[in-house]
Design a protein around this ligand. Structure first.
Ligand SMILES: Cc1cc2nc3c(=O)[nH]c(=O)nc-3n(C[C@H](O)[C@H](O)[C@H](O)COP(=O)(O)OP(=O)(O)OC[C@H]3O[C@@H](n4cnc5c(N)ncnc54)[C@H](O)[C@@H]3O)c2cc1C
Length: 452
């Protein structure tokens, strides 16, 4: 009888387990941490994640969306705060599409509850220390160092960005591995509900303070407080290293984030009290070895800037489920099909995350960027099937990431040409011009179809 061990009871470990039990495959999750439902003490950072259409679709497949509404806060666009205190709004789309902010811990608790109700066995305080890929055996250690063993027909490593199991695969012959840290890090601060309300911070938008080489962003939580993350370079005069005392913090933030500082009580001491967190991209290959498969962050950690890590992880689970539907529990077949289908997408998304981080910091506050976004949104409004902005393809569709990137490269050649016309926004309202554009977009659509 097939039985599966899942290492890691995070978002992806829980989701994949539910897909498996739905197919009648018994699953045990071994999680190194304590049960988050029983303790408020956590060793993990209390981050917020945004879910978009692709992640929500995977959760819908698990019939979980009725558990989520109370946890999710929608954001329909970006509120850009510039240095003079002026605020401009950029909707994500013309049709009211939103991304949804959720506390990762609360989402994980909801998924753990659902997994347990559906028959997944949850074992906490058990760290996977060793794995034998060939016979599916693992060694586990509890908090006191006591060791136990288990064995299954397949082992799914959903043990996150710093995966123990991936480290073991690295010792095998011809395992490729690359990690690349971002030059920037982040710290998180809370804006209490009362101060957010007094400052009229709109809850249904992402607030963004782009400052070229650094930025801050804030999302509303369900209790109406906001979680604000401040992204700075680690080094240099505007970096975390230089902002090491009260005076330096006050002067830097007073200059660049004057409207943000009063929203966080005791801003400077809170900022100084925590170390900066790093962001890393991890690529590796292959993702599987005999009975073992990496998925989620263990296979493809990416910068959080595009809000896709968890969404991509949920899509991994959905694809794996489809492949089990096709090949049954012929795990070698399922695993090799999974990794070869999925890797081009997560590689493309990792690249997009790096590019988007620069866009958020450096470009969103420029008139040309606003104008370009308006033109793209108008093209989408007039030709919804033929032109879809990149952000919409990533966040409001389930088109493969690599395919979205390819389509966007083709679309951008058209937008570049249109942007050379200083009156383009007015022209997009002229019926004759729209007719001619329709023909151009027709050939663009054929090019997209040909390439894909
Ligand atoms: C600041 C920040 C913001 C983010 N924002 C977004 C966002 O907006 N949208 C989005 O989609 N994604 C976002 N992400 C990414 C998202 O959090 C991750 O992609 C997602 O949590 C990955 O899920 P996972 O289950 O693969 O790994 P994790 O969530 O890291 O879970 C891994 C689990 O494995 C356990 N574990 C680790 N080692 C072992 C072991 N040896 N034995 C047993 N258990 C083990 C850990 O305790 C943990 O519970 C963000 C990440 C960060 C850091």
């Amino acid at each position: 009888m097939d039985r599966v061990i899942v290492a890691g009871g995070g978002l992806v470990g829980c989701a994949v387990s539910m897909f498996l039990v739905r197919r009648g495959i018994p699953v045990v999750i071994y999680e190194r941490g304590a049960d988050p439902r029983l303790t408020s003490v956590t060793t993990r950072p209390s981050i917020n994640v945004t879910l978009c259409a692709r992640g929500l679709r995977s959760l819908e497949r698990l019939a979980l969306t009725d558990r989520l509404p109370g946890l999710l806060m929608p954001a329909y666009g970006r509120m850009i705060h510039n240095t003079s205190g002026a605020i401009t709004y950029q909707p994500y789309s013309e049709s009211g599409d939103a991304i949804y902010c959720v506390a990762r811990r609360q989402l994980c608790i909801a998924l753990l509850n659902a997994a347990e109700e559906r028959g997944v066995t949850l074992v906490f305080d058990r760290r996977v220390t060793t794995v034998d890929c060939d016979d599916g055996a693992i060694v586990l250690e509890d908090r006191d160092g006591h060791r136990t063993h288990d064995r299954a027909s397949a082992i799914l490593a959903a043990d996150g960005c710093y995966s123990t199991i991936r480290r073991q695969l690295q010792r095998r012959d011809r395992f490729d591995y690359a990690q690349s840290y971002c030059t920037h890090g982040y710290k998180e601060l809370i804006i209490p509900e009362a101060l957010a309300r007094a400052a009229s911070l709109t809850e249904d938008a992402l607030h963004l303070w782009p400052r070229h080489d650094f930025m801050a962003l804030a999302f509303a939580n369900v209790d109406r407080s906001f979680t604000c993350s401040i992204h700075l370079p680690f080094d240099g005069p505007d970096g975390f290293e230089a902002l090491a005392d009260d005076g330096a913090v006050r002067s830097f933030f007073g200059r660049w984030f004057a409207d943000l500082v009063p929203l966080v009580p005791s801003f400077a001491p809170r900022f100084l009290a925590q170390p900066p967190n790093s962001m890393v991209t991890i690529r590796c290959w292959p993702w599987s070895a005999r009975r073992v498969l990496l998925l989620g962050d263990a296979a493809h950690a990416m910068f959080p800037s595009y809000g896709q890590g968890a969404n991509a992880g949920f899509q991994d689970c959905e694809l794996l489920d489809e492949l089990i539907g096709r090949h049954g529990t012929d795990w070698r077949r399922v695993f090799t099909a999974f990794e070869s289908m999925r890797k081009p997408d997560t590689d493309a998304m990792a690249d997009l995350c790096g590019e988007h981080f620069v866009e958020l910091r450096e470009r969103v506050d420029h008139d040309t960027f606003h104008r370009r976004c308006r033109v793209e949104r108008e093209l989408h409004r007039c030709f919804p099937d033929r032109f879809v902005p990149l952000y919409s393809m990533i966040s409001f569709s389930s088109i493969g990431y690599a395919e979205a990137r390819r389509r966007d490269a083709i679309q951008q050649s058209l937008v570049d040409a249109l942007m050379r016309d200083p009156h383009i926004e007015a022209r997009l309202r002229e019926p004759a011009f729209l007719d001619s554009l329709s023909t151009r977009l027709g050939s663009l659509a054929r090019e997209v179809a040909r390439v894909s």
